[in-house]
Design a protein around this ligand. Structure first.
Ligand code: FNR
Length: 186
């Protein structure tokens, strides 16, 4: 049966380069993999008092349930001040605070894109560290950093850079194999 992949974009902006990168990942997947890009902008700021008084907010409960059902998660995110965008970290923090841990044993692939030349090299290891704590099974290689990303996608959000398309395709092939390997382990 087809692999069900959740796509999370670390940027909320409509013209996000990372949203374009996520769509590139979706269209670069092997035939038996399908991505749904899941929106999470309604997730409120984390507040342990809210959690204690009211339980998980509906937006968080829905996001947790969607991730729990998935065979894998692709996170495409920018780097903010050398690290994880606060709202993405906030969403992961909420997801981590339920009765179970939706990210536990979940295969995750990371893509980062920036208009600058380094492609988000610094955020990747911070995100990997956070995903360690929630027991995710993050794909190690190939790593995908899309530097100079504004030059690599056209106005319609299509990737015009052949090398980038190849890197992302190779990563999604590796991700399919990684998902199979993790399933064998669990
Ligand atoms: C940035 N940007 C950025 N770029 C980078 O390569 N390293 C960094 O540390 C930062 N820091 C940073 C902080 C904040 C608060 C913002 C808003 C931006 C630039 C960033 O890569 C650029 O805005 C991207 O286009 C954001 O990704 P999306 O929205 O295009 O996906």
């Amino acid at each position: 049966s087809a692999l069900d992949i959740v796509g999370l974009c670390g940027s909320l902006r409509a013209a996000s380069l990372n949203r374009m990168a996520l769509k590139l990942a979706a269209s670069s997947m092997p035939q038996d993999m399908h991505m749904e890009v899941v929106e999470w902008r309604d997730v409120p700021p984390f507040d342990a008092d809210v959690l204690a008084a009211h339980g998980l907010p509906p937006s968080v409960a829905a996001l947790r349930e969607r991730i729990r059902r998935a065979d894998g998660v692709v996170i495409a995110t920018p780097e903010y001040n050398f690290s994880i965008p606060g709202m993405l970290k906030n969403a992961i923090d909420w997801i981590s605070r339920g009765e179970d841990q939706p990210f536990a044993h979940m295969p995750v692939a990371i893509v980062t894109a920036t208009p600058g030349p380094r492609g988000g090299a610094r955020v990747q290891y911070d995100l990997r560290k956070v995903l360690l704590f929630v027991n995710a099974m993050t794909l190690v290689k190939p790593e995908v950093f899309i530097g100079d990303a504004a030059l690599k996608f056209d106005a319609a959000g299509q990737c015009t850079d052949e090398a980038t398309r190849k890197f992302v395709t190779a990563q999604m092939d590796a991700f399919a194999k990684w998902i199979a390997a993790v399933k064998r382990m669990n």
